[in-house]
Each structure stands twice: as structure tokens, then as C-alpha cells.
Write a protein that binds this ligand. Structure first.
Ligand code: GDP
Length: 714
């Protein structure tokens, strides 16, 4: 076996959009057209298309797969082919493999978006041609900025009443990036939207056939000729700026060829210096194929992306840095980026190979967890079927069936050449709720459901309380938990009483203090003796827990040190102020004593626990609450109400900006004040305001509020 596509003919991309912009429809059309493209030439063209569509109707296209593979040859190469033979030859030369990585649209799933951004090399951002840039488009855009993902834009829904390419394009320039360049111009608008003009080649196209599958070159309509010419010149000027030789040619009055322009636009797009903007209507089958050409022409292959973002990791044994090349001959480096459950094959671990080859039947090392597993089966996901394969190569995306101990973000590698790639860091879950299964049977189903769901989603955590039999689940937001609870009920048939979402508070200390714990029982039989003296010291935010052992000369025997630390950790789980977990605290064990006969691990554990409690009490313990970064966008008329409301929520307004006709309010607000905000904002702004929210940091709770929390009033 060998690879069938060279790496430079790979495009690993995500279709990025917020809910309702048309991501599903665009993805469906992409899979539809690429399905046709793959079949053309294999059998008689017409029959192949029909056949494929029958299958599509029967089985439905799988667009829920975390990574779907498809194939595309740019239209400009195949369009002019007269015979199947010609077409086959052209495909051999120009066909590319596109892997589409699913990205979720809802901002509550920030972590999901981020992990998909980690494994893709480029993105297609979809916008609604009526609304242009919406608040949530900004959130996903900034996330992609964070990972410097090269992008092209697709302004969708050009057929809708009120759609405007000009306005949508202007909103991208104004609100997202000054680097956007229009590479197309729509022909007609709303119900008269019929095709697009390619501004690079200055050619016009319409989309014919029942499903727009035939891309036909037409005359540029007379009324658009001047505008197209003008926009073409602007585009050329923007492109040549990125290449000195072309710039000189251009300024010298020589003609710059379309191929040269395309190549320079590609380099600039990959460097995040230009962002080509396309348009169309996915629903009405217009423009999707040319956007796919854009994916091939402008988005990076794994080789391109390696130049700006090399594959770096560390050797888990030595800590030394390792750099790998996107090359089959290098040792295997892969990342598990999603765990899913498939009704037919069971547990699927989606991975991306960065270097080397992954082989069925071989053993791989999960370097993050330090265990080895055998790969029983590897599958590649296509639009309408699953393909079993023996091997996958650098740049490939696929899924392993039946891995047991791998979770999202783990690095998979060759046992002889261990490496851990920078792992995906997930924000902390800031909200939790209690679940109480109705019957014993439900209890069992709940256990299974929780295991599955937390394997799939690393931002979802589960803790139990052995004393009360209570289960608590933790997540990123109200909606996140709501959806998880809904899945538990629907997919796993768990009947349960579900509590109200609660804020995940924490505790910490504010000054140094000493503490002593003595646990002595000496009445008859074998006694108990444990004794520890500790100092506590507040640490910087985010440092967690640090334990320092300063015991010398066997004042406490070595075997009792660990139990003391354990006791301290246990005490930290239930803080002094209101029973919330303690964090950011250093504990130094410096003295104590023991008894030859009566000392035991259990006694020292209790002593450690007691010492911590006494020290923490004296160390000015405080309550911490999660603070959210909240952005509200609303018309000017409602600005006073919105900011007044934020202030009344103990919010801190950071900035006020204008965005077109709207006002943007950036602020920090305690999570506990944000419950039900979606409804409140809607009624406050008559439905015209919108907001986004993400976790920022923990902050000390003011004393008056702390009292309310302790008394359970908040
Ligand atoms: P998603 O939430 O981003 O996945 O969006 P969908 O693909 O589900 O589309 C949201 C709605 O917009 C659906 O009702 C689609 O039929 C509709 N839609 C998608 N693309 C177009 C388009 O090109 N034109 C029009 N008029 N509607 C579209």
C-alpha cells in the first residue's frame, strides 16, 4: 500500500459558521458535488450522477461525521474536457483530497470549536448574505484568529430577499478583517441571483442542470462589465502588493498572468494577509463548486501549514523538544481529536496523522496516558459510506474502532519514538448541577451515559458524592448542561431528577498561617497517633496546590508523609468558607511527631486534614467566583438599559464601541448574575440585542455576597 494523493494535494479544512448561516446546507452540497466529481469518468457520467443521487436519497449524506473525506478537481481544469478520457487524465493530474472537519456552530461549545481548529489547516467561513457579520460570527472568527487559521469566506443565501453582497462584504471588512478581498461578484440579487463573475479571470458562470451541477461559462452581463473591470483592477492591486516582482511588472505596465496572480493570492492567504471572499446560494445550488475551487487554490496543504506552524512536541521521558516533519518516513505522530459512538461499529476515536503511518494490527503508544493499545480496525469516513483501510498516512484523518483508554487531545505515537504534542487545553467547567436517578436501573444507565458523554466531551465532568449517592455534572454553560441532560434522557433513556444549574465557586487563602493537627486515641487496645505541623502560603492564580516536605531527621517517618499530603488534599476539597474546593495554596510540612506503636497511615491522614483546616481558618480564607467576559450588541436606543443592567449585576464595563448602527458593550460579569440573561436581554431590547459569553477568570466574592452564598441564598 502506498498513499494515493501526495501531501500537497491535501486540504484539511473546516466549514466555520455560527448557527443558521447555512453550514449544514453548504456541507451537504459540497459532499454532493464532490461525490459526483469522484464518480465522473468511472462510469457513464449521467448514470453515475443519477445512481449517486438515488443512494443519497435512500441513505442520506453523513454530515455529522467528525471528519469526512472527499475529492475535488478544480472546475477550470475539468470544465473544458470533452471526453471521459480527457477528464480522467485531468483528474489524475489535478484531483485533490479534501478532508472536512466538523466544527460546531454554537459558542457555548467553545472547547469543541477549539479542538477542531487545532486539527484543521484552513477554513471556509460561511455568512448569511442578508445579515452579513453577526455577533456570533465574530466569536468564531476570533477563535480562528487565535490559531492563525488561513480562511476564505463564502457569503451564502444570495437568493434571499434583502441579500446584499456589497453590504455583507463591507461588514466583513469593518468588523472582522481589513484583509478581505472580493474575488467574485454576484450576477443579479435575491430571486434574480443567477450566477457569479470570477473577478480574477474576468469570466462569468451560471449553474445549470437539476442540481446546478453543470458550471457553464456565460457572457459577463453588459450592466456589470464596468463594475467587474473596476473590481478586477482593485483585486490585482491588492494581490501584487504581496509580491515585489509582480508589483514591478504591474507598475511597469506588463501584463501579469492569471496564474501568477492566483499563486500570489495563495501565498498571501496562507500567510493570513489576504482573505478571498466568494458568494453563492447553497440552497439553490449556485456557487458551491467555485468556492471549492477556492479551497484548492488558496487554502494550505499540510506541507504549507508546516512552514508557519511546525509539528512540535516533547519527549515524555526527557522533556526535550521534538520537531516532526509531515512525512510518511518519520515516526508516527497523531492526535485523537474526537471520541464518538457509532450505532453500527461502536466506539470511534477520530485522529489526525501529522507524521508517519498508522497501521492496522500494530501497537501504538498513547503518550499522554502512557499506555499501549492495539489498533484493530481503521476506517475512513466518506459522505455515504465507511471504508476500512489498512494504513493511513501523514495528513490523513480517520477513525480507529474500539480504542479503550484514549480521550480527546491525547497524542498517539510509535512506542519506540514517544512524543507528546502540545495538548489541547480546555477551559474549566464553571457550572454544575445535581442528578438523582429515579430507580436502581436508572442508576446503572446513568453510569453508562456519563462515561460515554464524558469520554466524548472533555469539558464535561462528573463527580460523585459517595456519602449521599449524589451525582454532580459540570459544564461550560447553562445550554451545555441542558443539552447533555437531554442526551442522557433521549439517547440513554435515563429517568432522573435534575437540579438547577449552580455556579462552581472555589476558595483560597489570602495570607500565610500556621496549623497543627494532632490525632491521638489511646484508650485500650491499639491506639492511634498522628501529629503534623504545617504552614500555608497563598499562591498566584491558577497555580493549584503545591506540597513541600521539610521534615528532617525522621521526625515523622517517610511512610507517613504521603498520607499527610493525602489528608491535606482531602481537606482542600471542602473549603473552610462554604465547603467549595480550595485552590492556589502552598502547604509546607515542617514538623510533627510519631509514636513507635500507635502511629498509622490513617492517623496521619487525619492529622494532615486537621492541620490544614486549622491553618486555613487562620489564613484569611475567601470565596472565589467565576467571572465571564460578556459582549452585548444592541441598538443605541437600548444602550442605557443594557449598561444599567450590567452594572446592577456587579458587572464591570470595559469598553463601549460603535459598530455600524449598533453599540457594542464589552464587560466582565459574575456568572451567578448571568442566569436567564438571554431571555432578559431579549425583552429589554425587543429582541434586537444579542450577546456572547465566555469564561474569563475567578475573582474574590465581595463580603456581603459571600454571606448570602454561605447562607444558601444565592
Ligand atoms: P446551519 O445552522 O448553519 O447548519 O444552517 P442550515 O444549513 O441548517 O441553514 C439554515 C437555514 O437557512 C435553513 O432553513 C436552510 O434551508 C436555509 N438556507 C441555507 N442556505 C441557504 C441559501 O443559500 N438560501 C436560502 N434562501 N436559504 C438557505
Amino acid at each position: 500500500m502506498a498513499r494515493s494523493y501526495p501531501l500537497k494535494k491535501y486540504r484539511n479544512i473546516g466549514i466555520i459558521a455560527h448557527i443558521d448561516a447555512g453550514k449544514t446546507t453548504v456541507s451537504e452540497r459540497v459532499l454532493f458535488y464532490t461525490g459526483i466529481s469522484h464518480k465522473i469518468g468511472e462510469v457513464h457520467e449521467g448514470a453515475a450522477i443519477m445512481d449517486w443521487m438515488e443512494q443519497e436519497r435512500e441513505r442520506g449524506i453523513t454530515i455529522t461525521s467528525a471528519a469526512t473525506t472527499c475529492f475535488w478537481t478544480p472546475i477550470r481544469h475539468t470544465r473544458l474536457a470533452q471526453t471521459d478520457d480527457d477528464r480522467m487524465k485531468l483528474k489524475g493530474e489535478y484531483e485533490h483530497r479534501i478532508n472536512i472537519i466538523d466544527t460546531p456552530g454554537h459558542v457555548d461549545f467553545t472547547a469543541e470549536v477549539e479542538r477542531s481548529l487545532r486539527v484543521l489547516d484552513g477554513g471556509v467561513t460561511v455568512f448569511d448574505g442578508v445579515a452579513g457579520v453577526e455577533p456570533q460570527s465574530e466569536t468564531v472568527w476570533h477563535q480562528a484568529d487565535k490559531y492563525a487559521v488561513p480562511r476564505i469566506c463564502f457569503i451564502n443565501k444570495m437568493d434571499r430577499m434583502g441579500a446584499s453582497f456589497e453590504k455583507s462584504f463591507a461588514s466583513i471588512l469593518e468588523r472582522l478583517t481589513p484583509y478581505a478581498v472580493a474575488v467574485q461578484l454576484p450576477i443579479g440579487a435575491e430571486e434574480n441571483f443567477t450566477g457569479v463573475i470570477d473577478l480574477l479571470e474576468l469570466k462569468a458562470f451560471s449553474f445549470e442542470g437539476d442540481h446546478g451541477e453543470k458550471v457553464v461559462e456565460i457572457e459577463i452581463p453588459a450592466d456589470l462589465k464596468d463594475q467587474a473591470q473596476k473590481m478586477h483592477s482593485e483585486l490585482v492591486e491588492k494581490i501584487v502588493e504581496h509580491n515585489e516582482a509582480l508589483m514591478n511588472k504591474y507598475l511597469g505596465g506588463e501584463t501579469v498572468s492569471v496564474d501568477e496572480l492566483r499563486a500570489t493570492l495563495r501565498v498571501a492567504t496562507i500567510a493570513n494577509k489576504l482573505i478571498p471572499v466568494f458568494c453563492g446560494s447553497a440552497l439553490h445550488n449556485k456557487g458551491v463548486q467555485l468556492m471549492l475551487d477556492g479551497v484548492i487554490d488558496y487554502l494550505p496543504s499540510p506541507l504549507d501549514i508546516n512552514e508557519s506552524k511546525p509539528i512540535k512536541g516533547t519527549n515524555p521521558a526527557t522533556g526535550e523538544e521534538i520537531v516532526r516533519q509531515p512525512d510518511d518516513a518519520q515516526p508516527l505522530t497523531a492526535v485523537a481529536f474526537k471520541i464518538a459512538t457509532d450505532p453500527f461499529v461502536g466506539n470511534l476515536t477520530y485522529f489526525r496523522v501529522y507524521s508517519g503511518v498508522i497501521k492496522k494490527g500494530s501497537y501504538i503508544l498513547n503518550a499522554t496516558k502512557n499506555n499501549q493499545e492495539r489498533i484493530g480496525r481503521i476506517v475512513r469516513m466518506h459522505a455515504n459510506h465507511r471504508e476500512d483501510v489498512d494504513e493511513m498516512y501523514a495528513g490523513d484523518l480517520g477513525a480507529i474502532v474500539g480504542l479503550k483508554n484514549t480521550t480527546t487531545g491525547d497524542t498517539l505515537c510509535n512506542p519506540e519514538s514517544p512524543i507528546i504534542l502540545e495538548s489541547i487545553t480546555f477551559p474549566e467547567p464553571v457550572i454544575n448541577l445535581r442528578i438523582e436517578p429515579k430507580t436502581k436501573n436508572d442508576q446503572e444507565k446513568l453510569g453508562l451515559a456519563l462515561k460515554r458523554l464524558s469520554d466524548e466531551d472533555p469539558t464535561f465532568r462528573v463527580t460523585g458524592n459517595a456519602d449521599t449517592g449524589e451525582t454532580i455534572i459540570w459544564g461550560m454553560g447553562e445550554l451545555h448542561l441542558e443539552i447533555l441532560v437531554d442526551r442522557m434522557k433521549r439517547e440513554f433513556n435515563v429517568e432522573a431528577n435534575v437540579g438547577r444549574p449552580q455556579v462552581s465557586y472555589k476558595e483560597t487563602i489570602r495570607k500565610d498561617a500556621d496549623g497543627e493537627g494532632k490525632y491521638i486515641r489511646q484508650s485500650g487496645g491499639k491506639g492511634q497517633y498522628g501529629h503534623a505541623k504545617i504552614k500555608v502560603h497563598p499562591l498566584e492564580k491558577g497555580k493549584g496546590f503545591v506540597f513541600v516536605n521539610q521534615i528532617k531527621g525522621g521526625v515523622i517517618p517517610q511512610e507517613f508523609i504521603n498520607p499527610i499530603e493525602k489528608g491535606i488534599k482531602e481537606a482542600m476539597e471542602k473549603g473552610i468558607v462554604a465547603g467549595y474546593p480550595m485552590t492556589d495554596c502552598e502547604v509546607t510540612l515542617y514538623d510533627g511527631s510519631y509514636h513507635e506503636v500507635d502511629s498509622s497511615e490513617a492517623a496521619f491522614k487525619i492529622a494532615g486534614s486537621m492541620a490544614f483546616q486549622s491553618a486555613a481558618k487562620a489564613a484569611n480564607p475567601v470565596l472565589l467566583e467565576p467571572i465571564m467576559k460578556v459582549q452585548v450588541i444592541a441598538p443605541q436606543d437600548y444602550l442605557g438599559d443594557v449598561t444599567g443592567d450590567i452594572s446592577s449585576k456587579r458587572g464591570r464595563i470595559e469598553s463601549l464601541d460603535d459598530r455600524g448602527m449598533m453599540k457594542v458593550v464589552d464587560s466582565f460579569v459574575p456568572l451567578s448574575e448571568m442566569f436567564g440573561y438571554a431571555t432578559k436581554l431579549r425583552s429589554m431590547t425587543q429582541g434586537r440585542g444579542s450577546f456572547t459569553m465566555e469564561f474569563a477568570h475567578y475573582e474574590e466574592v465581595p463580603k456581603n455576597i459571600e454571606q448570602q452564598i454561605i447562607e444558601g441564598k444565592k
